[in-house]
Design a protein around this ligand. Structure first.
Ligand SMILES: Cc1cc2nc3c(=O)[nH]c(=O)nc-3n(C[C@H](O)[C@H](O)[C@H](O)COP(=O)(O)OP(=O)(O)OC[C@H]3O[C@@H](n4cnc5c(N)ncnc54)[C@H](O)[C@@H]3O)c2cc1C
Length: 451
């Protein structure tokens, strides 16, 4: 434990609040959306800017405290909160400046997706982020960032053009293709392994309305619907992003939903989406022209904070007929009505044309990512839901590649992390040795410094 006088000195050295257990606000900040995670940091610092972040890094270093960094708090693995140690909370840092002429935005890393979208949509602009608006821009972007615009504009991290990073020795470095370019490579996919990112500069794209929403089929038609989904996916342009999966509507009806977002001209989208809307006999067709900002909040009600969540996810080698049958057999069997499982994301277009070694993020070559995103409400149901999720993943093993998208998984340890960074791991380990030789930043899918 750190002695009280050192804590008092730390309090004076930062502008943001420093919270100890029991103080007002302490529980609200340490509580993350996944109720599986219940950790108690020794101290929480609510940073107001880079100066607070630098002071916090020095303080943690001097007192040998483990550090957890919280952006939007949505890591399903709970990486943004530690037991004991110092939780560095970025969520009060919400500055953003849009440059509508240069088509860029410089954003502090306490922003969540909805706040970012609100500001850039005010200028008729957007960039790729995820599909639930409470997720943090930082964790999402540094780990990858799949969303409705990835096929047209690349992943969120492909749209980062510069960042400010506080490293383990307390320096603030600007990273981009001209300055500290090795670190710029590493933060785009290396998650929080290399430092605390205080701001990100994104490339923006003109975007107002989209043709988007979902069609719902009865659960009994799951196999046929996924067959259609696969065949259709092979024909679609970069403007269209689709995903499909088994879940329950609010009235409890189990369905197979296919969600779509077409980001080109809506009149063109009507033609492109025609086969999707004509397939089978959907129970409902909720596709319409809407603002991109509205689309970005459409899935929010399905992911309220406070549920318990356990996720397994992996890319599929080939979505062949046997794989589809295996997926269809698992659909509708989740013990919980709140799960999205199994669920398939189609990855294509611009995100998959980036070479594997261009950024630290290696997953560029597989077309389908499958998720078993289990959510439930009572801790007494945890064992059953976790076991079900693991059983599903085991059943899918013959069809999966090694290595997952790290942002989508619960904590699976070192071997998992190594596989998740794939062919980029050795280069990342060398970079880790350069910028964080003591593994100061280790509350993440961790990269061990090279020997
Ligand atoms: C409901 C839900 C929906 C999701 N939808 C999508 C989606 O559509 N697309 C997608 O790609 N992903 C999605 N994800 C996964 C999401 O990308 C990850 O969970 C991501 O880590 C969340 O970022 P965060 O800032 O909210 O999380 P946090 O838990 O705050 O942080 C996650 C990790 O990033 C690190 N980190 C956070 N801020 C910083 C920083 N400023 N500097 C350095 N490291 C930092 C943390 O230490 C931690 O290791 C979703 C997750 C949830 C729970």
């Amino acid at each position: 434990m750190v002695d009280t006088s050192a804590v008092e000195q730390f309090r004076k050295s930062v502008q943001g609040a420093v919270l100890s257990p029991g103080q007002d606000g302490y529980d609200a900040v340490r509580t993350v959306p996944n109720a599986m995670i219940d950790r108690r940091p020794a101290l929480i610092v609510r940073c107001t800017g880079a100066a607070d972040v630098i002071a916090s890094v020095h303080f943690a270093g001097e007192h040998d405290l483990v550090v957890a960094v919280r952006g939007g708090g949505h890591s399903v693995a709970g990486k943004s909160v530690c037991d004991d140690g110092l939780m560095i909370d970025m969520s009060a840092m919400k500055g953003i400046r849009v440059d509508p002429l240069q088509l860029t935005a410089r954003a502090q890393t306490g922003l969540v997706l909805g706040e970012f979208d609100h500001e850039v949509q005010g200028f008729g602009l957007a960039t790729t982020l995820g599909v639930v608006s409470r997720t943090g821009i930082a964790g999402l972007t540094l780990g990858g960032g799949w969303g409705h615009l990835h096929a047209k504009f690349g992943l969120a991290l492909d749209n980062v053009i510069s960042a400010d990073v506080v490293t383990a020795d307390g320096r603030l470095l600007t990273v981009n293709t001209a300055e500290n370019s090795d670190l710029f490579w590493g933060i785009r996919g290396g998650s929080g392994n290399f430092g605390i990112v205080t701001s990100l500069e994104y490339r923006l794209h003109p975007l107002g309305q989209v043709l988007a929403g979902a069609v719902f089929h009865p659960a009994s038609k799951t196999r046929e619907a996924i067959h259609f989904f696969r065949d259709y996916a092979e024909t679609i342009p970069d403007e269209l992003v689709i995903q499909c999966g088994a879940f329950s509507l609010p009235d409890g009806t189990r369905v197979l939903g296919i969600a779509a977002c077409y980001c080109g001209p809506p009149s063109e989208g009507e033609k492109v989406l025609k086969p999707l809307r004509a397939f089978g006999s959907p129970m409902a067709d909720a596709i319409s022209v809407m603002s991109y900002r509205d689309l970005q909040q459409m899935f929010d009600p399905f992911f309220p904070p406070g549920r318990l969540t356990y996720v397994k996810s992996n890319f599929i080698r080939a979505l062949n007929d046997d794989a589809i049958q295996a997926i269809a057999d698992l659909a509708g069997t989740s013990p919980s009505p709140y799960s999205f499982a199994p669920f398939l994301e189609h990855w294509h277009g611009a995100a998959t044309r980036v070479p594997v070694s261009e950024t630290a993020f290696p997953h560029r070559q597989h077309s389908y990512n499958i998720m078993f995103w289990s959510n439930w409400e009572n801790a007494s149901e945890s064992e059953r839901n976790i076991q079900w999720t693991r059983d599903c993943w085991k059943a899918m093993q013959p069809f999966l590649v090694e290595g997952s998208y790290g942002n989508y998984v619960s904590d699976e340890g070192d071997a998992f992390a190594r596989a998740a960074y794939g062919p980029n791991y050795e280069r990342l380990a060398t970079l880790k040795k350069k910028y964080d030789p003591t593994n100061f930043f280790r509350m993440n899918h961790n990269i061990k410094p090279a020997a």
